[in-house]
Design a protein around this ligand. Structure first.
Ligand code: GDP
Length: 198
């Protein structure tokens, strides 16, 4: 899976710039610095396909990547959220863009919500989950940076999040724990992406 070329297609800072909805999409979301770029790069075997965005306000774009083999599909890198210092209008713009995208995108098959293994689910993550529940877009939680905590702690976090996910109408309760650094869980994540498309 993901052995063929994965190419950057385009950035969409607003709805009118979205690419034509000609292939199924899986969207990646998470707080800034959660490890989203690293995970997309690990998933696609690329070193620098997705770039980390560190400047609040410069990150309000949906980035689309074309996957051609073995199945036509697109990965969507959603703008990071939860910057402590993000200006109010930036947060508002993020909400509008994401809400419009989630509600108007028939080809969007699933969202993967990335959560830092050390930090667990925050209220900003719950805000996004609510948007997904309301838009009836199915989603799964993917834990990142699992190499940063002990196995017993990770197990506890997975259990707690699984229980919380059972309460969300659009969530799958199964959690995928990953480490881009160690390669842990990447094969499982690839399978989960294909699962969403097939
Ligand atoms: P993004 O802002 O969500 O795209 O996050 P990045 O992918 O840029 O990662 C943020 C920081 O976390 C960087 O310093 C990465 O090197 C680090 N990081 C990302 N993934 C991992 C991981 O699996 N393990 C460890 N230890 N660090 C990671």
């Amino acid at each position: 899976l993901f052995a063929g070329a994965v190419n950057f297609l385009k950035s969409a800072p607003a709805l009118e710039f979205l690419p034509a909805p000609t292939a199924p999409e899986v969207a990646f979301a998470g707080r800034s610095n959660v490890g989203k770029s690293s995970l997309i790069n690990a998933l696609t075997n690329r070193n620098s396909l997705a770039r980390a965005s560190t400047t609040p306000g410069r990150t309000q774009e949906l980035n689309f990547f074309d996957v051609g083999e073995p199945l036509q599909m697109r990965l969507v890198d959603m703008p990071g959220y939860g910057f402590a210092k993000a200006p109010k209008d930036v947060v508002k713009r993020w909400k509008w863009l994401i809400n419009d995208y989630l509600r108007g995108r028939a080809v969007l098959r699933r969202s993967l919500i990335l959560i830092d293994s050390r930090h667990g689910i925050k209220d900003v993550d719950r805000d996004l989950m609510k948007m997904l529940d309301d838009a009836a877009i199915s989603y799964r939680v993917v834990l990142t940076k699992s190499d940063k905590i002990k196995a017993a702690e990770l197990e506890k976090t997975v259990k707690a999040i699984t229980e919380e996910m059972r309460k969300h109408p659009a969530a799958f309760p199964e959690i995928i724990a990953t480490s881009s650094e160690k390669g842990t869980g990447i094969a499982e994540l690839r399978a989960a992406v294909y699962d969403a498309i097939i």
